[in-house]
Design a protein around this ligand. Structure first.
Ligand SMILES: Cc1ncc(COP(=O)(O)O)c(C=O)c1O
Length: 396
C-alpha cells in the first residue's frame, strides 16, 4: 500500500506545528514561527488566548454536546448577540464555512420556493470566488481545478467577472434568485470591489427581488476593522455566511439572514447534528466578548494602517518582486511580480514567517487581530531579509 493513512488531499509542508503562543507557532523541532496566516484568518485572538481557553474548558466540563432537538440557551444567547451587532434577524449555526454557505444558498432558494417562485433557483456568482469544498460550494465557483475529478457539478450558478456590473445585469434572467459574493475576495487574491459596485448589486437585488448573499467567511468578524466588511461599503445583504474567526479556532460557522430572507427556513427544512453545540457557543461568546467592541475594531484599523504603510514603503525596494498592497484592516494582499507560492515557502522555511498564497499572484497577510507594533516590526524584518535573499528560479 502506498497511500498514507492521512488522505493525501493537502500538499503538506515539512513544518509541523505542535504548539501556539500568542502570535507564534512552534514546530515539532522547537523552532518558532511568526504566524501571519492565523490558520487562514481563523485565530483572530492568536494562540493560547486565556479567555477563549477558559470558556471552552469550563463548557467542556459542564456540557459538551446536546441534540438540536432540545431548547438551547447557548445558541439563543449567541444568536441574540449576532442579531444585535448585524443586519440579521435570525441565525443558523454550522461547523464550517462551506456549511454556512450551503445554508445561505438553501435560504435563498427557500425564499423563492416558499412563495411559489419555483423557477428562481439560480445564483449569480463571481469568477475566482472561493466558497468551500462541498459539491454545492465548488459548483458556486468557476474554478475548474476544484471541479476536476468531481463532475458533474451542481446546476444553478452563473459566473461573471468580479466587479463587472454590466455582466451581472446581463446575467439576470427568469431563473435568477440571487447574487452571491465575497465583499472582499480572499482566495481570489484579496480583491476589494468599489463601494459603487456592491451598492449597485443591492439596487439590482431590490429591483428584481433577488437575495443578496455576502460570503464573509474570510473577511468577517473584525478582520477588516469593522465587525463585518459590508459595513464599510454602505450595503446590507439579505443573507450572510460567516465562519473562521467567529470560533477563534474552534470549528464554527453561521448563516445570518433577515426575517424576509429566512421565510422559507421553517421547521424541518434544515439541520445539523453538531451545529451550534455548547462548546462552539462558548468559543463564540469568548470571541464576541473580545472583539465586538469599538476599541478592538479601532485597534485592527490602526494595526492595518501601520502594516499597510510599512509594506507600501518597503515594496519599492524590490520592484521586480512586488507590485502593490491591497486589502482592508488586517486582511492584506501583497500582489507580486513572481509566483507567490515559492516565495511563501521561502518565508516559511528560511525565515520562520507564515503567510498564505492566493490567486492573482497575491500573497495573503492575515495575522491574528491581537498583534501589536512589535509583531509588525518582526514581520517587516523577516520579510526584508527574505526579499533580499530571494532568488525566484532557485527556490521555485
Ligand atoms: C470566502 C470563503 N468562503 C467559504 C470558505 C469555506 O470555509 P471552510 O473551509 O470552513 O468550509 C472559505 C475558506 O477558506 C472562504 O475563504
Amino acid at each position: 500500500m502506498t497511500i498514507s493513512p492521512l488522505m493525501p488531499v493537502y500538499p503538506r509542508t515539512a513544518f509541523r506545528p505542535v504548539r501556539g503562543e500568542h502570535c507564534h507557532l512552534i514546530g515539532e523541532d522547537g523552532r518558532r514561527y511568526l504566524d501571519f496566516a492565523a490558520g487562514i484568518a481563523v485565530n483572530l485572538l492568536g494562540h493560547s488566548h486565556q479567555g477563549l481557553i477558559s470558556a471552552i474548558q469550563q463548557q467542556a466540563a459542564t456540557l459538551m454536546h446536546v441534540s438540536n432537538l432540545y431548547g438551547s440557551p447557548h445558541q439563543e444567547s449567541v444568536a441574540k448577540r449576532l442579531v444585535e451587532v448585524t443586519f440579521a434577524d435570525t441565525v443558523f449555526f454550522t461547523n464550517s464555512g462551506a456549511e454556512a454557505v450551503e445554508c445561505a444558498i438553501k435560504t435563498a432558494r427557500a425564499y423563492h420556493q416558499h412563495i411559489g417562485n419555483l423557477d428562481k433557483y439560480e445564483l449569480i456568482t463571481f469568477k475566482e470566488a472561493f466558497h468551500g469544498r462541498t459539491m454545492g460550494t465548488i459548483s458556486a465557483s468557476n474554478q475548474e481545478k476544484m471541479h476536476k475529478g468531481f463532475l458533474p457539478i451542481l446546476p444553478g450558478f452563473k459566473y461573471v467577472d468580479f466587479g463587472d456590473l454590466e455582466a451581472v445585469k446581463a446575467a439576470i434572467g427568469p431563473n435568477t434568485g440571487g447574487i452571491m459574493i465575497e465583499p472582499i475576495q480572499g482566495e481570489g487574491g484579496i480583491k476589494v470591489p468599489s463601494d459603487e459596485f456592491l451598492q449597485a448589486l443591492r439596487a439590482l437585488c431590490d429591483e428584481h427581488d433577488l437575495m443578496l448573499i455576502f460570503d464573509e467567511v474570510q473577511c468577517g468578524v473584525a478582520r477588516t476593522g469593522t465587525f463585518y466588511a459590508y459595513e464599510q461599503f454602505g450595503v446590507v445583504p439579505d443573507i450572510l455566511a460567516t465562519a473562521k474567526g467567529i470560533g477563534g479556532g474552534f470549528p464554527l460557522g453561521a448563516c445570518l439572514a433577515s426575517e424576509k430572507a429566512a421565510r422559507g427556513m421553517v421547521a424541518g427544512t434544515h439541520g445539523s447534528t453538531y451545529g451550534g453545540n455548547p462548546l462552539a457557543m462558548s468559543a463564540a461568546n469568548a470571541v464576541l466578548d473580545a472583539v465586538a467592541n469599538e476599541e478592538f475594531m479601532a485597534h485592527v484599523r490602526d494595526m492595518g494602517a501601520k502594516l499597510t504603510s510599512r509594506l507600501e514603503q518597503f515594496i519599492g525596494n524590490y520592484p521586480d518582486l512586488f507590485e502593490l498592497v491591497r486589502g482592508r484592516g488586517l486582511m492584506l494582499g501583497l500582489k507580486m511580480k513572481v509566483e507567490p507560492r515559492p516565495f511563501v515557502a521561502h518565508l516559511r522555511d528560511n525565515h520562520q514567517l507564515l503567510c498564505v498564497s492566493a490567486g492573482d499572484k497575491t500573497m495573503r497577510i492575515l495575522p491574528p487581530l491581537v498583534i501589536d507594533e512589535s509583531h509588525i516590526d518582526e514581520f517587516m524584518e523577516k520579510l526584508s531579509a527574505a526579499a533580499a535573499s530571494y532568488q525566484p528560479e532557485e527556490v521555485a
